[in-house]
Ligand binder design. Structure first.
Ligand code: NAP
Length: 269
């Protein structure tokens, strides 16, 4: 009986950036809990036969996530959009047209740019802020309007970072954007709680994905990072599945505006 509160049967979740990494892990967790998924992903820009772009970074189309969601017996709708420029309302309309409703939004898509603050370019500032903060806000706004029109509330889960709590180094726009995500999560939670909408965040620690490939390949940095994580390992996309199911389900109906660290103890240290 108690576990029914964690069930997402009959729900629909929009998950941004779910072709790979943490977004894929969370989409699969939500599907395993009973949810149909609308995956908002960028069309692969320059795909080679190997499925990689020229820089060797994975640019997998959402097909892999779709196949895995289908294998769990759930529906998957691929919505191709560059979130930095796509009109958010159109993404909500596509989801509702295809799946009939939307109950959960996971704002996962995010990028990082590394450079000394003294040399950091306006381009790297704008690219990160536009996706990580501005697109997150306006997609949340469009989805919240849909939740209110539907009349039964909803759940928004924003992906924050350790750099929502700490300063970091050489990532000024990322720190600014993720610190902004933490504050915005609180503000939106305050404004939308009266509509039965819960807005919360998940702050992943150091997770093994494309985003951190360069760090993991730098032997010295890799060793420093591992030595500071009490759990003694990099996180995996699956580590976010329990937390995202909790925050997407009725089990967290009285949790508002909180950002949960999933970090192997990094912040506790
Ligand atoms: P990732 O493997 O690089 O995946 C990022 C996802 O965002 C990809 O699906 C990517 O699509 C998508 N994306 C990027 N720009 C987009 C755009 N303009 N429009 C639509 N989709 C876009 O990164 P990740 O590590 O899974 O990160 C996911 C989230 O967790 C991010 O918000 C990140 O900041 C946060 N995070 C990660 C870590 C970590 O250690 N990995 C730690 C803390 C927070 P493409 O494949 O097309 O680029």
């Amino acid at each position: 009986m108690m576990l029914e509160k964690f069930s997402l049967a009959g729900k629909v979740a929009m998950v941004t950036g779910c072709n790979t990494g943490l977004g894929q892990g969370m989409a699969l967790g939500l599907a395993a809990a009973g949810c149909d998924i609308a995956g908002v992903s960028r069309r692969p820009a320059r795909e080679t036969a190997a499925g990689c772009d020229i820089a060797g970074v994975s640019r997998r189309p959402a097909r892999e996530t779709a196949a895995k969601v289908h294998a769990l017996g759930r529906r998957f709708v691929a919505i191709e959009a560059d979130l930095a420029s796509a009109p958010p309302q159109a993404l909500v309309t596509q989801t509702v047209d295809a799946l009939g409703r939307v109950d959960i939004l996971v704002n996962n898509a995010g990028i990082i740019r590394r450079e000394d603050a003294l040399n950091f370019s306006e381009q790297d500032w704008d690219a990160v802020m536009n996706l990580n903060l501005k697109a997150l806000f306006f997609l949340s706004q469009a989805v919240a309007k849909q939740f209110i029109a539907q009349g039964w509330g909803g759940k928004i889960i924003n992906v924050a970072s350790m750099l929502s709590f700490q300063g970091g180094i050489r990532v000024p726009s990322y720190t600014a954007s993720k610190s902004g995500v933490l504050g915005l999560t609180r503000l939106l939670a305050n404004e939308w709680a009266p509509f039965g909408i819960n807005v919360n965040g998940i702050a992943p620690g150091y997770m093994a994905t494309n985003n951190t490939q360069a760090l993991r390949e730098d032997a010295e940095r890799n060793e420093e990072i591992l030595a500071r994580i009490p759990a003694g390992r990099w996180g995996k996309p699956e580590d976010l599945q329990g937390p995202v199911i909790f925050l997407a389900s009725a089990a967290s109906d009285y949790v508002n505006g909180y950002t949960l660290a999933v970090d192997g103890g990094w912040l506790a240290r």
